[in-house]
Design a protein around this ligand. Structure first.
Ligand code: ZN
Ligand code: ZN
Length: 233
C-alpha cells in the first residue's frame, strides 16, 4: 500500500483521505449559520431566528426549485486545486473522503431522500474526461449512506457551452431545458424525494435545471448536495 497523502497538496499524512494540517486551515468549510434553502453561509448571524428559518436575499427574491442545498467547502482559490484535481487528474480515490464530508454536510437531506442521482455530463464531455465526477461522488455517497443510487436518472439533452464566464442570467438561459429524466425512469422517481449531487455549485443554474426536470417528471421534492459552492461576496 502506498503511504497516504494529503488530498490537496500531496504531503504525507497519517490517514488516507484527509488533508494535511496546513491545507486543512487553508480551505474554508461551509459552516452555520446558513440559508435554509440554498445553503449560502452568512458571514454574520442575521437574526436570533432558528437556523432552519433563515433565508438569504436571493432565495427570498426567487426561491430555487430545489428545497435545500448543502455544500462541504467554499469554492475559492484555496479549495479550487482540491476540487479540480478530483475533476481532471484522475484522483478518483478522493471520492470516498469527499463523500464522507458530504455525508456530514448533508446528513439531514440524506435522511429525508429516497434516491440519489448525479448531475449528468453530456456524453461528449464524458468521453473526453472519461468519468463524471458528480457520478463518482453520488456513487460514493450512495455506498456510504445506503441511499439508492440511480446514476442514469437524468440525461443532458444537449451539450451546453461551458458556463465559465457567463453571468447568472446567461447561465440560467444556457441550461434551461438542457436536462430530462431518462425515459423509463419516471416511474422510479414518481412520488419520491431526490438527492441531486454535483461537484461544484456556482449560481445554482445547473442544479435548478435538473431539479425542474425531476419535479416535472413527478418527484415529490429535490435536495442538492455538492462538494463545493461559490459564495457571492
Ligand atoms: Zn496538504
Ligand atoms: Zn439562499
Amino acid at each position: 500500500m502506498l503511504p497516504p497523502r494529503c488530498l490537496r497538496c500531496g504531503l504525507l499524512v497519517e490517514q488516507p483521505g484527509t488533508l494535511c494540517v496546513s491545507c486543512w486551515t487553508d480551505v474554508s468549510f461551509v459552516t452555520e449559520p446558513l440559508c435554509g434553502h440554498c445553503g449560502l453561509p452568512f458571514d454574520h448571524d442575521p437574526a436570533p431566528a432558528k437556523a432552519d428559518a433563515m433565508t438569504c436575499g436571493a432565495c427570498l427574491r426567487s426561491p430555487p426549485p430545489f428545497q435545500r442545498a448543502r455544500a462541504v467547502l467554499r469554492y475559492d482559490e484555496a479549495s479550487r486545486p482540491l476540487v479540480l484535481s478530483f475533476k481532471h487528474a484522475d484522483r478518483t480515490e478522493a471520492a470516498g473522503a469527499f463523500a464522507q464530508w458530504m455525508e456530514r454536510a448533508a446528513g439531514e437531506l440524506i435522511a429525508d431522500c429516497d434516491l440519489i442521482a448525479p448531475v449528468p455530463l453530456h456524453w461528449r464531455r464524458l468521453f473526453a474526461r472519461r468519468y463524471n465526477q458528480a457520478a463518482l461522488l453520488a456513487q460514493a455517497l450512495s455506498l456510504r449512506s445506503g441511499l439508492a443510487g440511480m446514476p442514469d436518472l437524468l440525461v443532458r439533452r444537449r451539450a451546453t457551452p461551458s458556463q465559465g464566464r457567463l453571468s447568472a442570467d446567461r447561465r440560467r438561459r444556457n441550461v434551461a431545458g438542457a436536462f430530462a429524466v431518462r425515459a423509463g425512469r419516471q416511474e422510479a422517481l414518481r412520488g419520491r424525494r431526490l438527492l441531486l449531487v454535483d461537484d461544484v455549485m456556482t449560481t445554482g443554474a445547473t442544479v435548478s435545471a435538473c431539479a425542474r426536470a425531476a419535479l416535472a417528471a413527478g418527484a415529490r421534492g429535490v435536495d442538492v448536495a455538492v462538494l463545493a459552492r461559490a459564495v457571492r461576496s
